[in-house]
Design a protein around this ligand. Structure first.
Ligand SMILES: Cc1ncc(COP(=O)(O)O)c(C=O)c1O
Length: 442
């Protein structure tokens, strides 16, 4: 198949299936209807048949400034024409520039190291935590996603049948995201409810815990916000019980504030992981945090050093994209973040209004540009509330109706929607019209 052919989405998937298991290189991209997109620009996507969609998926959230945002693309392209390359030896000017920028703007980061994906960065954060605490166990959130590594890929979206009744205090049965890992043999990982401090104590009383890894607000089961005092409580427990508090800000970072959600909440983690929006769609991630932990990477005693290496770490194209993204947010954030809040609030109010007029019990959970709706009375505290209260079938049907009408809410129940700085109030108005029509058609 040639890229200039104009095949339908179905033909592209069928072609790819002959060469790629399932036809798609990330299982999370599998959707029904199986739309194949061929172009993205600003707030819009076009599929293989030329149909345009307003995009609220944003490639799983990195495109905070919109698809193919020219200044970032140009910075990346420039890195290819200036003689910069992946030298693979010695320090690079660009990586130092990016690190300085991040340290300047993100209060939680005193030092950082660059990687390529959020998954790698989360796994490295756990490794650092184990190295500096000398302990092995880790706590994760039921309903949190911290990447695809062997130990962290577990307990995101489980059914009630899989995880049973609410556990508090206590831990949920471990549910790996797939086969081929040893997580069930090593039993170092403990999944507890978000917003549940007592379960942190419960696990720490029983096991030597190196780290608690959590998104500061869960954004892989829609949007689940921390309750009052929860993040502060985690900070206090980390200090009291001697584990490292690791914020996975792969989805929240740079989207909610230049300084990350830690800056918004005022709760400083020990280590923090960024990816996605930091380079507006270019593949880069980072682990940062307190110098005393980050410096373990160069501990004079090799037996205490967590191993960090990667051929593409600090790749100049992605680093140049990240520098431009962060600079853009530093210069324009005062205008962008309030505008995103306003657009998000309009979307929230509009959706709530539509449900209210339709007499359907529903709520919207939102942080700035990130939102999700749930077909239940009140926003969830954790995954358990969602699997007990949400109408998954109706959610997906509503999303499919939107896709049909040219509004791309990814057709997977509860998935977070992301506004970008390229969206306009007209896009929001059109989206709300289609939302109402899709709901009526159910
Ligand atoms: C919160 C969170 N952490 C980690 C990851 C993994 O990042 P990546 O897909 O870049 O490996 C994701 C990806 O969706 C994520 O949402």
């Amino acid at each position: 198949m040639d890229k200039n052919d104009t095949p339908t989405s179905k033909a592209i998937l069928e072609h790819n299936r002959r060469f790629i298991p399932g036809g798609i290189s990330s299982v999370n991209r599998s959707i029904d209807p199986a739309v194949a997109f061929v172009k993205g620009e600003g707030a819009y996507l076009w599929d293989a048949a030329g149909k345009r969609y307003i995009d609220y998926h944003a490639g799983f959230a990195p495109y905070f400034l919109g698809h193919n945002f020219r200044p970032v693309n140009e910075a990346a392209a420039a890195a290819l024409t200036t003689g910069d390359s992946l030298f693979g030896a010695g320090p690079s000017v660009l990586e130092g520039m990016l690190a300085e920028l991040i340290v300047t703007h993100v209060p939680a980061v005193e030092k950082l190291t660059l990687l390529n994906t959020g998954s790698e960065a989360d796994a490295l954060a756990v490794r650092i935590a184990r190295a500096v605490t000398g302990k092995s166990h880790i706590i994760v959130m039921q309903g949190g996603y911290n990447g695809n590594s062997d130990e962290l890929a577990c307990n995101v979206f489980n059914t009630l049948a899989e995880i049973g009744p609410r556990v508090s205090p206590g831990e949920y049965p471990l549910k790996p995201l797939g086969a081929g890992t040893t997580i069930l043999d090593t039993r170092f990982v403990h999944a507890i409810n978000f917003n549940d401090l007592e379960s942190v104590r419960y696990v720490c009383r029983r096991y030597p815990v190196a780290a608690l890894v959590t998104e500061p607000l869960l954004q892989n089961i829609g949007v689940v916000k921390p309750g009052p005092g929860y993040l502060e409580g985690l900070r206090a427990l980390a200090d009291e019980l001697g584990f490292l508090l690791v914020f996975d800000e792969v989805k929240t970072g740079f989207r909610h504030a230049l300084g990350g959600y830690s800056a918004l909440s005022g709760v400083m983690p020990d280590l923090v992981v960024y990816g996605k929006a930091v380079a507006n769609g270019f593949p880069i991630a980072m682990v940062g945090g307190k110098s005393r932990y980050m410096d373990s990477i160069v501990d004079p005693d090799p037996s205490k050093r967590p191993f960090v290496a990667g051929t593409y770490n600090g790749h100049p194209v992605a680093v140049a994209a990240a520098i431009e993204t962060v600079r853009h947010l530093a210069t324009n954030g005062n205008e962008i973040y309030p505008r995103m809040e306003k657009m998000g609030a309009a979307m929230e109010a509009g959706i709530l209004d539509i449900f209210k007029h339709a007499g359907i019990a529903a709520c919207v959970a939102r942080q700035g540009s990130a939102f999700s709706f749930y077909l239940m009375e009140t926003p969830p505290r954790d995954l358990h509330d969602i699997i007990k209260g949400h109408d998954f079938a109706r959610d997906v049907a509503l999303r499919r109706g939107l896709v049909e009408r040219g509004v791309f809410f990814v057709p997977i129940a509860t998935k977070q929607c992301s506004l970008s700085a390229a969206h306009t109030m007209d896009d929001v108005a059109f989206t709300l019209e289609q939302f109402e029509a899709s709901l009526k058609a159910l």
